[in-house]
Design a protein around this ligand. Sequence first.
Ligand code: CUA
Length: 143
Amino acid sequence: KYEIRVIVLSSTILGVFFFALLFNVFSRKIDVPTCIPYNASFQKSEVRKVDEDYYEVYVTARMWNFDPGEIIVPRGSTVDFYLTSADVVHGFNIERKGVNLMAVPGAVNKTTVKFDEYGEYRIVCHEYCGVGHQNMMGRVLVT
Ligand code: CUA
């Protein structure tokens, strides 16, 4: 029966993908973004200082900007980014940091980034979201 072969084949492929995911997470310590159900922990868009070198940043993406658009943290800071969207799906890519998140309405995605060097890191939306897409950006300033 062809059906059986197709099922076995697709299950095998799925298994390989799943194994590759686990392999990356555990052996190569690649950070897989955490998806958190939307809840009261995300109350408003803000940069919240937890400690001298530890910040939480709550970002809302919407057509066509990020709120807050400018995030300023001191060098050496560890930043937890919590990301959501007020309208459609947007992207959230921090240059030179390998951050690649989706801003999804009704959900919060989280990732952690350490900023060890001074400078400006642009944030760009890398998910097509309408006519203003190419102008949708923000930045992190490490001072
Ligand atoms: Cu937002 Cu593209």
